[in-house]
Design a protein around this ligand. Structure first.
Ligand SMILES: Nc1nc2c(ncn2[C@@H]2O[C@H](COP(=O)(O)OP(=O)(O)OP(=O)(O)O)[C@@H](O)[C@H]2O)c(=O)[nH]1
Ligand SMILES: [Mg+2]
Length: 442
């Protein structure tokens, strides 16, 4: 997968690892090379430019500590930004409240729709769902047979009707599924060589009549830039929910994969990696980026760099503590770090002396969510200058966060207390300060 891209990035990274010191000049040199590599891989030029800008901004603002070299830090930043480019988290497909869930599969000719429809059915079946495949490609005579053959291989029924049109078939299939207790309907549609009006009108009509819960746009990753343009055209017409990248097992340059999400603003949900019916993977951006960056040690590197980021934050925080300039953004950061350590009760339980206090106050993780919501409803200014938050702002924050003015008041008061404590502890650490503060209890 993306071998050429990987190899070229490896060359740039090798140089980066050698640098002893990050200067604006050597960062720029390396990033210029990365940009060229991305363009060579057929990444959309706007996407490539934005990517480089983002990496650069982060790289230059970053102080380097002892644990890793500056070059490694940039590699880590590139890794992070690439994950962001691909959408960060895996996104699941929708499921109807009342079955059947209708999934519409659309895309250009030969993109891999029919194969994907069968793979998806197989994938969902393995998860306990009861799918029905629908042969709604009446354009190519052999299309119906192709789906029936695939259906047989995975033992999933295929709804077809050689005498009807695509729209009617699709509509009737949903009824059929309801009557025959199939909880998921996967509709395979016809593709054309190019985006053309007839095809779009047909798919749009199928959408209109079947009201799909999920529309998946299937695109051949080998088609590079064209893939992005096609995606845009389909999205304008169908407003799809997600992208399926196919043929990632081939020697695709990677451009489509890296550009599509940021151009159409829709998540990539599946990657198709072969002709066999089990060659389908839910799309995990992190895994794909690890593969693109092609480094066996990327995970360790990233972990090491993460420690570095945390250290950098800690230093920054100590400085703020010293000056007693704590903001709600810092507070939120710490809260999230605590949360990532597990249940708050568990964390508190590990702190000597805390168990006694804990007996009286059991901290519900749901309260953290409420506190987060309150902080997120503050404006940037309010977060850095809590003294701004007067009565009417408190009301607005309460409404915005779905909490009450009392809860907002309580948080503000606790924040004040914390700042007071901070002033006392010149060499303290923030986590300790936080732990001394009780979260609001309802
Ligand atoms: N290597 C590889 N081949 C694939 C993949 N997905 C599909 N194919 C192959 O690509 C060809 C076209 O796939 P189809 O599923 O028929 O494509 P389609 O979009 O339904 O095509 P039309 O119905 O003609 O519009 C077939 O030969 C598939 O075996 C994949 O992920 N990897
Ligand atoms: Mg097909």
């Amino acid at each position: 997968m993306f071998e050429a891209l990987s190899q070229k990035l490896e060359v740039v990274f090798k140089k980066l690892r050698g640098h002893g010191k990050i200067t604006e000049a050597n960062v720029q040199d390396s990033l210029r090379e990365v940009r060229r590599v991305l363009l060579d891989a057929d990444v959309n030029y706007k996407v490539a430019r934005q990517f480089i800008d983002d990496v650069q901004k982060r790289a230059l603002g970053q102080e380097v500590l002892a644990s890793i070299t500056p070059g490694q830090l940039i590699i880590k930043i590139i890794y992070d930004e690439m994950v962001r480019l691909l959408g960060e988290a895996k996104v699941d497909i929708a499921e109807a409240n009342t079955p059947p869930t209708v999934i519409l599969v659309a895309g250009l000719q030969g993109s891999g729709k029919t194969t994907f429809a069968a793979k998806l059915a197989n994938h969902l079946k393995a998860k306990g769902r009861v799918p029905l495949l629908v042969a709604a490609d009446m354009h190519r005579p052999a299309a119906v047979d192709q789906l029936i053959t695939l259906g047989k291989q995975i033992e999933i029924p295929v709804y077809s009707d050689r005498s009807a049109g695509a729209v009617n078939i699709a509509e009737a299939s949903v009824d059929f599924a309801r009557k025959n207790v199939r909880d998921t309907v996967i509709v395979d549609t016809a593709g054309r060589m190019h985006v053309d009006e007839e095809m779009m009108a047909e798919v749009a009509a199928v959408k209109e009549r079947t009201k799909p819960h999920e529309i998946l746009f299937v695109v051949d990753a080998m088609t590079g830039q064209d893939a992005v343009n096609t995606a845009k055209a389909f999205d304008e017409r169908l407003s799809f929910n997600g992208v399926v990248l196919t043929k990632l097992d081939g020697d695709s340059r990677g451009g489509a994969a890296l550009s599509i999400r940021s151009v159409v603003q829709k998540p990539i949900k599946f990657a198709s990696v072969g002709e066999k019916l089990d060659a389908l993977e839910p799309f995990y951006p992190e895994r794909i980026v690890s593969r693109i960056l092609g480094m066996g040690d990327i995970v360790t590197l990233v972990e090491k760099a993460q420690v570095q980021f945390d250290e950098a934050k800690a230093v920054d925080l100590k400085e703020k503590l010293r000056k007693a300039q704590l903001t709600f953004d810092d507070f939120l950061d710490q809260l999230r770090q605590l949360k990532s350590m597990g249940s708050l009760n568990d964390v508190m339980g590990m702190i000597p002396g805390m168990d006694r206090i804990q007996r009286n106050v059991s901290i519900d993780d749901k309260q953290i969510v409420r506190v987060e919501a309150i902080i997120q409803s503050m404006t940037k200014e309010e977060r850095s200058r809590p003294s701004l938050i007067n009565g009417s702002r408190r009301r607005r924050i309460a409404i915005g966060s779905g909490t009450t003015v009392q809860e907002v008041n309580r948080l503000l008061k606790q924040f004040e207390e914390m700042q007071r404590m901070m002033k006392k502890m010149s060499k303290g650490n923030m986590r300790r300060a936080l732990q001394g503060v009780r979260l609001p209890t309802n």
